[in-house]
Design a protein around this ligand. Structure first.
Ligand code: SF4
Length: 459
């Protein structure tokens, strides 16, 4: 693993004849958050139907979505942070229980999943998957409460961790964000062809743009929204299930989210550019060019270049189509792995002192190889500047990260990392610089999780 890997994406659409199609386009827009599998469940008011499978959105739904008929749908793109990378772990998962039928999709990670699962199995529960999400289905099925809403609230009181959930029953859609609001979830409005209103909830607002939905607001940490129909009008009930200070994932700004999304009510592009501006204020250095590692370093490099007045060049070109290319496991072939993806332009780099901007360093091996290929095309000096603080600890809240021992910054100081990757200088954005990039509300990091930078785990 050479990067922090995206988590999952969830979407829910309510009161649209095109609910499954709108989910499909939304999942397509959020493909960057998970590429292993995809699925959509749709309710026609009597039954819930599901199409799901392994692969990208376009391949899972290559035969169309004609079988998904109904005015309410939920969808999911999966990157496995819990469970196995297997067919039975593809979401949404659905079940029949005493109150009817439900389907659920989850972005996040439950930290007490194993304990819950062992407990449920000891009481006779039979699990169909390795998903932490399946615990919730069992907790809901075993509850004695008369209404699904109360069963969900009861289950939320038992689970611990990071989650943005969408639930579909035959007649309602539920959207829930965990008490700390680790993972994003936004609410948007859809105007249907007949002029009626529908609603969408999605992990990122780039999904709204594709289907012409209007962003309304973020779902609050600890809030549950319940969408239902009464007298042909959509009712939206908001319940504050938990109330405490949020801990939104600050890494959404560093890497995960698409730059054209609004996340936690902030434009990701602007925050990422501000990181480059803050870097240029914190670390002033002479060089001929600012070059990003594409795509993750591009926007911060623009900010650094504008603030420092050092010219920006796209000196490294990325091949977007490598997929799961087979790489022979020899040392020289490891360099090939980087070169398959990133190719430096000799005519731009040769005989230049360059500043290279990237979003983060995980193991350090990719940075080392990038610097090596830049030296081979004649870079004179290479200053690597990272648009986030040192990542010293893993994430337990729905992000796929290596173990602590594999994170280079967990065991080496900055000078030792610089020596390992063979850069002429190395600088990481300070946490204060990251807060400034986000804006006033993030002063001193209040309201944000940053445990992978400072080990302050809230749960
Ligand atoms: S530990 Fe890091 S990646 Fe995980 S939720 Fe916190 S800030 Fe985000």
């Amino acid at each position: 693993m050479e990067s922090w890997n995206e988590k999952c994406a969830v979407v829910g659409v309510f009161n649209s004849e095109r609910s499954a199609a709108l989910c499909y386009y939304s999942l397509f827009a959020m493909q960057h958050r998970g590429q292993e599998s995809s699925g959509i469940s749709t309710s026609n008011g009597c039954d819930i139907s599901t199409i799901k499978g392994e692969g990208l959105v376009t391949s899972v739904f290559k035969n169309g979505i004609e079988n998904l008929v109904g005015k309410a749908s939920i969808g999911h793109n999966r990157y496995s942070t819990a469970g196995e990378d297997s067919k039975c772990d593809v979401q949404p998962i659905s079940a029949r229980y005493s109150l009817g039928q439900i389907a659920i999709a989850h972005n996040g990670n439950l930290v007490n999943a194993k304990e819950l699962r062992d407990n449920l199995i000891s009481k006779g529960a039979i699990f169909q998957s390795y998903l932490d999400t399946e615990n919730l289905i069992h907790l809901i099925a075993q509850s004695k409460a008369a209404k699904l809403k109360d069963r969900i609230i009861e289950a939320l009181g038992i689970i611990k961790g990071a989650y943005s959930f969408v639930f579909l029953s035959r007649g309602k859609l539920f959207a829930i964000r965990d008490p700390f609001g680790f993972r994003p979830l936004s609410l948007g409005e859809i105007i249907n062809d007949d002029g009626s209103k529908g609603y969408i909830v999605a992990s990122e607002t780039c999904a709204f743009d594709l289907i012409n939905a209007k962003y309304i607001r973020d779902i609050n940490p600890g809030e549950m929204l319940i969408f239902s129909i009464k007298d042909n009008e959509v009712l939206i009930d908001s319940i504050e299930v938990f109330k405490q200070e949020p801990k939104k994932c600050i890494f959404e700004f560093v890497y995960f989210s698409r730059p054209d999304s609004f996340v936690f009510n902030k434009c990701v592009y602007e925050v990422r550019k501000n990181m480059g501006i803050e870097l240029a204020k914190e670390y002033k250095i002479k060089a001929d060019l600012v070059i990003p590692v594409p795509d993750s370093g591009v926007i911060s490099a623009i900010g650094y270049s504008q603030e420092s007045k050092i010219p920006f060049e796209l000196g490294i070109v990325r091949n977007h189509y490598i997929g799961r290319t087979f790489i022979e496991p020899t040392q020289s072939m490891r360099e090939l792995k980087v070169k398959l993806k990133l190719n430096p332009i000799k005519e731009i780099i040769q005989n230049k002192d360059i500043i290279v901007i990237d979003d983060s360093i995980v193991r350090g091996t990719t940075s080392k190889q990038i610097i090596s290929i830049l030296r081979k095309v004649g870079a004179k000096k290479i200053h690597l500047i990272i648009a986030s603080p040192q990542t010293i600890s893993p994430c337990y809240y729905g992000v796929d990260t290596p173990n602590t021992s594999e994170l280079i910054s967990s065991k080496k100081n900055i000078e030792e990392v610089r020596e390992f990757i063979d850069a002429d200088s190395l600088y990481f954005l300070s946490l204060e610089g990251l807060y400034k990039s986000i804006g006033d509300e993030a002063k001193n990091g209040i309201g944000y999780c940053k445990a992978c930078f400072d080990k302050e785990y809230v749960i």
